[in-house]
Design a protein around this ligand. Structure first.
Ligand code: NAD
Length: 285
């Protein structure tokens, strides 16, 4: 396999050690640990796993975490009132509402109820707007993690052509903004994009964030490109794969992320970083 394997698991582990040091220093300076509250509504099995990983990562990094569980049948008002009380709790620096929510609860109202300075998922419109206008903000963890990976391998971004396949509010769009701010020329593709291959073949940096196995084949990749696979798909066989045909694309790319073990572990590391950033900002305000 000629491509360099971008090992997100090891990078995330190193980052988490640095963050654990920062968390200890925060505790020593302020006399309290940084705190993250995770709200889980209902018991979606995938969400249960994600939440468990987030809470465990906090514990390892000596960040105080609390898991707030609400019944799947809870009212929007009950959830909003829980968020309000966490907004006003000075021990809580970060608030994360695990998505998806049960259908009867409007996601937008819930995200907008979180105080922007505690919005460690970076989904609040105030943070999205700040990202859009190049101001300091809490950035969505997955795209933030991708940027840290690119920085780590010193991928030249200024003047590079970055193609982001996928345009969601949580991955594709914020990542496109971050790449743009780093000096890349960015193309964003979505499900309506015509002739996707023609776009992806022009990418020096190719990001796949769709949720469709083998969407990106070797023919769609420019030789020597850096390929970042954000997708997570469970095949009928139970195997976990990304959006990129890994084996074949690895023969063409300069560097590539595996799935699992690529972008995924970075997401949690960036959540810890956002929580510490929020805690430090709160302690200085
Ligand atoms: P989403 O469903 O919200 O958005 C998918 C995007 O892909 C949309 O913009 C859609 O227009 C676009 N799209 C669909 N088909 C396309 C096609 N054929 N060509 C080009 N674009 C197409 O998904 P999301 O929440 O952004 O997640 C995307 C993937 O990333 C999923 O597999 C998800 O599981 C994964 N994900 C991984 C992490 C992580 O930590 N690694 C975090 C978030 C999401």
């Amino acid at each position: 396999m000629p491509a360099q394997l971008l090992d997100g698991k090891s990078l995330a582990e190193r980052l988490r050690q640095t963050l654990a040091e920062r968390a200890k220093q925060f505790n020593a300076r302020t006399g309290r640990p940084a705190g993250l509250a995770v709200i889980l509504v209902g018991n979606n099995p995938a969400s249960e796993v994600y939440v468990r990983h987030k809470v465990a990562a906090c514990e390892k990094a000596t960040i105080a975490s609390q898991l707030v569980r609400l019944e799947a049948s809870c009212t929007t008002e009950a959830l909003l009132s829980q968020i309000e009380s966490l907004n006003n709790d000075s021990q809580v620096d970060g608030i994360l509402v695990q998505l998806p929510l049960p259908e009867h609860i409007p996601e937008k109202r819930v995200i907008e109820a979180i105080a922007p300075n505690k919005d460690v998922d970076g989904f609040h419109p105030a943070n999205a707007g700040a990202l859009f206008t190049g101001q300091p903000c809490l950035k969505p963890c997955t795209p933030f993690g991708v940027m840290v990976m690119l920085e780590q391998i010193k991928a030249p971004l200024r003047g590079a052509h970055a193609v982001v396949v996928g345009a969601s509010n949580i991955v594709g769009k914020p990542l496109a903004m971050m790449l743009l701010q780093a000096g890349a020329t960015v193309t964003i593709c979505n499900s309506k994009t015509l002739n996707l291959e023609e776009k992806t073949r022009r990418a020096d940096i190719l990001i796949a964030a769709v949720g469709r196995p083998s969407l990106i084949t070797a023919e769609m990749v420019k030789p020597g490109a850096v390929v970042i696979d954000v997708g997570i798909n469970r095949l009928d066989s139970g195997k976990l794969v990304g959006d990129v045909d890994f084996e074949r694309v690895a023969q063409v790319a300069q560097a590539i992320t595996p799935v699992p073990g690529g972008v995924g572990p970075m997401t949690i590391a960036m959540l810890l970083q956002n929580t510490l950033d929020a805690a430090e900002a709160a302690s200085l305000s």
